[in-house]
Design a protein around this ligand. Structure first.
Ligand code: CUA
Length: 354
């Protein structure tokens, strides 16, 4: 009994600490510090609901505890409390009170639902988001840009996000932006936002994550929304589809390997013969912060580890992202020198000018 009480105390302290941290710290995936109008709208409904349910909790719990104590069993007392069964006044009262409370929760909820279904701004930037097992493709049909795992947007701009899936059900969620939507095969779901105002003048990164269990590496299906000042966004658009720059013999070797090994059948790189559609578009890969959908840093070591990890004949293969389609066939020869060349090619194929 004593250890149970101690356990409950520990659990209570832990949950209180976690709750307070979530409230006051700007954790990367907090829903308390939202940055879009939609996020604030959702939190307002949560606040109203929390206040009403807290009042209801105390309005029920306090009289209940009092009654337990006041009318507790006493030796020799055989009286029966006053019976209120069938009292119409009371029955109408405790039917009406919840109805009124639900109306107070329903009206602001309805208001936000209607707001979300309003027609998007005609000048909004359209972004097609395609969920894949286990990475995100971002297409900008009006700008001719295709990228992966990083959704670049200009600050304070209306955007329309069109969600599609290449395989199974995923879900799109950037906690600090509010809103969460399923990404379904064969259906296009739409989200609209006005992108946040910058907190950091250079640009802000917001963590996103797939929130629908979608297979073995669901937990490794992250992305980032990158909010940039408008001028920086425009220069990103200008350079995003630049063909790779080849400056050294090592990079040339990397390109030859990329085009002669199987890489080009799955990946695209603008301005080259690589036009594969299965894996992420690798144009300007060097500009990305992570690879494999947020699983590894986009560093020489990270890319090296990722390529090594995908060689089927290796004993400890696919430790980074189990089940990934990034697999080299058995007996595929990729030496450490080859990997170095590929890494140099992919990471320098970038104009870091934005
Ligand atoms: Cu995609 Cu979980």
């Amino acid at each position: 009994m004593v250890s149970l009480v101690r356990l409950l105390k520990v659990l209570f302290t832990l949950s209180l600490a976690l709750g307070l941290t979530a409230c006051f710290e700007k954790l990367p995936m907090t829903t308390f510090h939202v940055v879009t109008e939609w996020g604030h709208d959702i939190n307002r409904v949560y606040l109203i609901t929390t206040i009403i349910t807290t009042i209801v909790f105390f309005a029920v719990a306090v009289p209940f505890c009092y009654a337990l104590w006041r009318f507790r069993d006493k030796p020799g007392d055989t009286r029966i409390p006053v019976q209120v069964k069938g009292n119409h006044k009371l029955e109408i009262l405790w039917t009406l009170i919840p109805v009124v409370l639900l109306i107070f929760i329903f009206l602001p909820t309805l208001e936000i639902i209607m707001k979300r279904h309003a027609e998007p701004d005609p000048g909004a930037l359209t972004i097609e988001v395609i969920g894949h097992q286990w990475w995100w493709e971002f297409r900008y049909p009006d700008l001719g840009v295709v990228t992966a795992n990083e959704m670049y947007v200009p600050e304070n701009t209306p955007i329309v996000v069109k969600l599609k899936s290449a395989d199974v059900i995923h879900a799109f969620w950037i906690p600090r932006w509010g809103g969460k939507m399923d990404v379904l095969p064969g259906v296009t779901n739409v989200l609209t936002y006005t992108t946040p105002t910058l907190e950091n003048p250079q640009g802000d990164y917001y963590q996103g994550h797939c929130t629908e269990l979608c297979g073995l590496s669901h937990a490794r299906m992250r992305y980032e929304a990158v909010v940039l000042p408008k001028a920086r966004f425009d220069s990103w658009v200008k350079t995003a589809m630049n063909p790779p720059l080849i400056a050294t013999a090592l990079e040339k070797k990397g390109q030859d390997l990329f085009m002669s090994k199987t890489c080009f059948t799955c990946h695209s790189i603008a301005g080259t013969n690589a036009v594969g559609m299965i894996g992420p578009n690798l144009t300007n890969l060097g500009n990305r912060r992570t690879i494999a959908a947020g699983t590894l840093p986009n560093s020489k070591d990270g890319l090296h580890q990722w390529l090594r990890d995908s060689i089927d004949s290796k004993a400890d293969y696919q430790t980074v992202k189990p089940g990934s389609l990034m697999v080299f066939a058995e007996n595929f020869v990729l030496t450490d020198d080859d990997i170095k060349a590929l890494t140099a090619y992919l990471q320098h194929s970038t104009a870091k000018t934005f």
